[in-house]
Ligand binder design. Structure first.
Ligand code: PEP
Length: 272
């Protein structure tokens, strides 16, 4: 049940570990597993400040999960059907993803919302299906350029969060990804100030529903994150990681993004 919303302590700081999540979209065949092998060896000795997730096409989940076993790389799906099974040709259910080795699934990605006419109610049902299967749901939200230009970005995103996130969502089973539609695959990124403001709006929307527990939900930013801008984006206050499309296809570039999650320590000044 939704809880009433206590006013959050102004300086409450939740410890949220960052997440670097790669969305391969409809890219990748067996040959692409070489990138995962490369990534595994790159991260082997590192003390990482971020969890790592790769969401390959459904055809690669099982092989990738086998390959990633025992490493710091988790595997996820890019979408799931709201039902467990049935006459839904071409679809993949949440229990199937879990059976193949996925721990997580992206739902409500803007490409699903736009190209497959998925509405918030569909995303809500898919997130519930993910939870029933024991998967973490990464629920994507974000405004279009027209909506932002019309000053409606906040209302659009608040509405998407309210309607797409199930009542049973917890910080353990749900992650929100703020992905402005106009920034996905375009090379454009939102400004740090706009990202901070929208993440704050999302957190307040979660607080109104889940109370203090809202402080523990991870909120990712997505939209043209790459090695060259990751450090700036990942350290915007309220950003708990990144959902990365194109730049996650290269192990070397994704590794740079993962490393960018580590806060830079100020250089110590040697005593004279
Ligand atoms: C995405 O697919 O979620 C995404 C953010 O893509 P890109 O990083 O390529 O913009």
């Amino acid at each position: 049940m939704p809880r009433s919303a206590p006013t959050p302590a102004p300086n409450s700081v939740a410890r949220r570990r960052k997440l670097a999540a790669g969305n391969w979209k409809m890219n990748g065949t067996a040959a692409s597993l070489a990138e995962v092998k490369k990534l595994k060896s790159l991260i082997r000795k590192d003390r990482l400040a971020a969890d790592i997730l790769i969401c390959p096409p459904a055809t690669l989940i099982e092989r990738l999960a086998r390959m990633a076993k025992g490493s710091k790389v988790a595997v996820g799906g890019q979408d799931c059907h709201a039902k467990e099974q049935g006459a839904f040709t071409g679809d993949v259910s949440a229990p199937m993803l879990a059976d193949a080795g996925a721990s997580t699934v992206i739902v409500g990605h803007s490409e699903r919302r736009t190209l497959h006419a998925e509405r918030d109610a569909d995303v809500h049902a898919k997130a519930e299906a993910a939870h029933r299967a024991g998967l973490v749901a990464i629920i994507c939200v974000g405004e279009t350029l027209d909506e932002r230009s019309a000053g409606k970005a906040d209302d659009i995103v608040k509405g998407q969060v309210s309607r797409s996130v199930p009542d049973a969502a917890t910080p353990k089973n749900t992650i929100i990804a703020y992905e402005p539609v106009w920034a996905i695959g375009t090379g454009k990124t939102a400004t740090a100030a706009d990202i901070e403001a929208m993440h704050h709006t999302i957190r307040e929307t979660l607080r109104a529903r889940f109370g203090a527990a809202a402080d523990a939900f991870r909120i990712l930013y997505g939209g043209s994150v790459k090695a060259s801008n990751a450090a700036e984006i990942l350290h915007v206050p309220g950003v708990d990681g990144a959902l990365v499309g194109g730049a996650s296809l290269s192990a070397a570039e994704f590794y740079e993004i993962i490393k960018a999650a580590t806060p830079k320590r100020p250089r110590s000044i040697k005593a004279a």
